[in-house]
Design a protein around this ligand. Sequence first.
Ligand SMILES: Cc1cc2nc3c(=O)[nH]c(=O)nc-3n(C[C@H](O)[C@H](O)[C@H](O)COP(=O)(O)OP(=O)(O)OC[C@H]3O[C@@H](n4cnc5c(N)ncnc54)[C@H](O)[C@@H]3O)c2cc1C
Length: 639
Amino acid sequence: MEAFNTKIPDGPLFQKWTKYKSSVRLINPANRKKIEIIVVGTGLSGASAASALGELGYRVKSFCYQDSPRRAHSVAAQGGINAAKNYRNDGDSVFRLFYDMIKGGDFRAREANVYRAAEVSNQVIDHFTALGVPFARDYGGTLDTRSFGGVQVSRTFYSKGQTGQQCLLGAYSSLNRQISRGNVIMYPRREVLDLVLVEGKARGVIARNLITGETERHGAHAVVLATGGYGTIYYLSTLAINSNASAAWKAYKKGAFFANPSFIQIHPTSIPQLNKFQSKLTLMSESLRNDGRIWVPAKKGDKRLANDIPEEERDYYLERRYPAFGNLVPRDVASRAAKERCDAGYGVGDTGLAVYLDFRDAIKARGIKTIQDRYGNLFDMYKTITGINPCEEPMRIYPAGHYTMGGLWVDYELMTNIPGLYAIGEANFSDHGANRLGASSLMQAAGDGYFILPITIGNYLVDEIKELLISTDSKEFADAEKEVIGRLEKLLMIKGKQTASSFHKRLGEIMWNYCGMIRNKKGLEKGLSLVRDLKDEFWKDLNVPGTYKELNMELEKAGRVADYLDFAQLLITDALRRNESCGAHFREEYQTSEGEALRNDEEYAYVAAWEYAGEDKEPVLHREYLKYEEVEPKVRSYK
Ligand SMILES: Cc1cc2nc3c(=O)[nH]c(=O)nc-3n(C[C@H](O)[C@H](O)[C@H](O)COP(=O)(O)OP(=O)(O)OC[C@H]3O[C@@H](n4cnc5c(N)ncnc54)[C@H](O)[C@@H]3O)c2cc1C
């Protein structure tokens, strides 16, 4: 028997959400005022959820660790946001978007959730347009689109290379509206350090005020985690440096299942690492692959400058290997292909760990102004970092850790297996299976927050109306707070010699080398043992100066790294137990003769949902078997 209920409604795929919405139990407006909801996170998912719930009349408490909600990581998203509007009349539809996502995720996502994400995508674009998000427009004034990887239509709406920033400003303005109306109380510079359960239900959180260092108790009828992804486990990644998995990890330790933790997307077009002191990588958006062509010299070890290499001596390896999708193959495919060329000795630059992304032909065909208009801010960013003008010389790019398809397990209502605990946006295991298609995360995050959660959460809260305000004086809150303080003190008391960042960096190297783009059993086992040793060393030799009763950024980092050292073990265990290749999870042992991922649908067509079994104990695996009613899982081909 499965340990959880997915709550997928009966009936045809196309009608599930419509039927759900028309039959779900509602709470009348007068009662909504009596209900409190905590939303942790103010990225696109959290800001949209908090504002939509506030608009409905719930009493919302919103948390983020930044000084302002609008600094959440979503602000960094560049290339675009998908919707099945079919403005181009190029054959797009809700079904096609759904199918592209299911196929892109290598048939490891839940059909019903993905179809719904595709359905609400159109509402998301209408909503953002109404909020004033300045999407690019075409000659006739309607919204313009461009293409992203893994699809053959043009459905990505964009605001130059700042789509996340513009969408987040839209969501932030609706959040501010609710703050000024008193429906949302904003708690910036708060880090949620634990979840509080009362009688098995999520009833609040323990947060630390990052300015004063004091711990605080906050109660609510339900808790929503919108805390983003964990790509920073690699230390070097395209994410904001402070992104972390701690809130989700704490929820896991309280009983929430963690799904598919090893499904991590490595993005093919990051600026390569320039030196060993670097703490961050910068993404060059996938949108650039609309006009940029990827190539390496056809001759091994060719050290000539890019512009000196004639056309016939260039290998446009994506166009060669995947003629149907060319430079717009999905990210996992493009990343592995770049690694393959570099490992074979064709890489460029000093390290040989880079390939070219070249705009020469696009500039020739469409003119420099058009190309600048499309990608100007990305070009500026590239030039600032590298000193090279991409209009004159090709960019150098290399894959980097980027997005996490894994996350907290949720049912159709976006509730975890803990009653009253929800996870939305990148924090849930979401709709992307084993590989996310570009521009579908903003779509999912905003869809979850604005249009799905505000409806589904009512179905739980309707039974909670009888509960008065949740008191934080209970034993459960006191115990959780004591535990949080105890752990902060434990980190401070080690008094060793190494910083949290130095441990993070070493963890990142282990993860990248043994559980990165390409994995195998031996390497994963070695990685697991190295992480365990590193964890032991951490708890003996960490140094955190100061106290916890003050602003202490070293302490913040230490807590997050401590959680990563535990989480990394779960992640590697998940990768070890999945004896197949699918999407971004590429196990060397399971590949076709052409080097493509070899799935094993017989044994692994499931979501791996892990249950915490205690400190240093093997976690328990629950399998949610995936049933495909509308699509037939096929070998994923982009040739
Ligand atoms: C460089 C880059 C470019 C991208 N470009 C695109 C794109 O063009 N299109 C696309 O669809 N996707 C893109 N993505 C992915 C997309 O940006 C993210 O997946 C998405 O923004 C995640 O939104 P979110 O709301 O789930 O989380 P986030 O935006 O990551 O927000 C997390 C929030 O949680 C809060 N938080 C976390 N932990 C705690 C805690 N313990 N206590 C309190 N608060 C906490 C943070 O303060 C923050 O407010 C890109 C990603 C990167 C890295």
